[in-house]
Design a protein around this ligand. Structure first.
Ligand code: UDP
Ligand code: MG
Length: 156
């Protein structure tokens, strides 16, 4: 009391997290009954689930989420596909999460995905490629915040 003792803290809200990524199990994989097998592979690779839900994207949601691809020829098909059924959205945690998760899912085109990757096992086409994985720490943070409030994200 009466003592002004100020502890200097790092501004953690400004530090980009390098240990989180964002994923979606896409409509084809959910419809084909692969949620459990894909989550098994994610757990086996050492990722911890920070937030997760079964949800469905509206056309507006999908258009916003994939806005970066809005000029690409496949954009209309991508929005159709991503809104066609429920998805599982999740935030995952692990050291080097973004890069390690991209390795785990494999190439965008399942024909080019390495053996043992999620897309090699479960993707049915370049569009219906089973899972999404963020491509940078910045996008991981944006995409996670697009789907989850702070109260829905857990550290344990
Ligand atoms: N996509 C597609 N046709 C293409 C390229 C991509 O339908 O020629 C879809 C596919 O579902 C992919 C998504 O658009 O996952 C986003 O494309 P991106 O290049 O970001 O691939 P990703 O980062 O998902 O590997
Ligand atoms: Mg991408």
């Amino acid at each position: 009391m009466g003592v002004n003792f100020v502890i200097s803290r790092p501004k953690t809200e400004n530090i980009m997290m390098t240990n989180r990524t964002f994923t979606m199990i896409k409509p084809d994989a959910v419809a084909n009954g692969h949620i459990g097998a894909i989550l098994d592979m994610i757990n086996a690779a050492g990722f911890r689930i920070v937030a997760m839900k079964l949800t469905q994207l509206s056309r507006h949601d999908a258009g916003q989420f994939y806005a970066v691809h809005s000029e690409r020829p496949f954009f209309g098909e991508l929005v159709e596909y991503m809104t066609s059924g429920p998805i599982v959205a999740a935030i995952l945690e692990k050291d080097n999460a973004v890069a390690d998760f991209r390795t785990l899912i494999g190439a965008t085109n399942p024909a080019e995905a390495a053996e043992g990757t999620i897309r090699k096992r479960f993707a049915t086409s370049i569009a219906a490629n089973a899972v999404h994985g963020s491509d940078s720490d910045e996008n991981a943070a944006l995409e996670g915040a697009f789907h989850f409030s702070g109260r829905e994200q857990f550290n344990y």
